[in-house]
Ligand binder design. Sequence first.
Ligand code: ATP
Length: 270
Amino acid sequence: PSITKGVTLEIPKVTWKDIGGLKDVKKELEKAVEWPMKYPASFSRLGINPIRGILLHGPPGCSKTTLAKAIANAANVPFISLSCTEMISKFVGQGEGYLREMFRKARLAGKSIIFFDEVDAVAGKRGHSSSGNSVAEERVLSTLLTEMDGLEEAKGVLVLAATNRREAIDDALLRPGRLDLKLYVPPPDLEGRFEILKVYTRKMKLGSDVDLRRLAEDTERFTGAELEGLCKEVGVEAIREAIRENKQASVIYGRHFQIVKNALKPALAA
Ligand code: ATP
């Protein structure tokens, strides 16, 4: 059976509203992805080529993957996500075949987005890693470059890639016509943290003493992933307290946020 059997392209359910902050990045993505997908005729009338590839780079846990999904949702196009580390480890020796098959599926779908997570795993600078690039890595990278060059004719297939190690990416992948647009996805600023906290507490029953603005101020250096983790844990903390005191948990108070927050060490602070 084909190694891509069962892999399907679907329109993701994640929307812009699920992502707090990052206004500028969202705007850039709208322009670069949503417009060409929605108004291809305008682009060809004006004689401009939409870009074919975008690199999202920045620290882990700051929503590169989630942004890629949300833009597919906004543009209403099917999406497929490939983990590049998996392509090397899981499909030993079959990485190129897998990749070619994925591009074929995307072309068949017409308008679509292929997302490469941890793209540095296959596109590290040649000859720069201490161990040297593996043969498997080299072969997957050259297949990726060939497939991307071939997208010129296949209109509507867009490549998005993500990395935490922008400086490690081979220049060949960053040339015009490949990943032309590089977007930095920063850790959340104060406003971003406030927005993220609002996203994750949307459905929670919060006490009136919970001050999310204040909490955003107190969580400098937290990533979106860590703020998400914090919000998930406060509910558990409220329940833990209620069990201990033999009560019913009904509201999440400021103290629950404090207890959980104090127990966390943000990775970016390290
Ligand atoms: P990695 O490099 O580790 O793959 P990433 O940058 O791709 O990380 P995601 O996987 O998109 O990050 O995010 C990790 C988790 O954190 C997800 O559950 C995501 O929803 C959440 N998250 C991160 N940033 C935000 C944000 N700005 N708004 C809402 N959720 C966020």
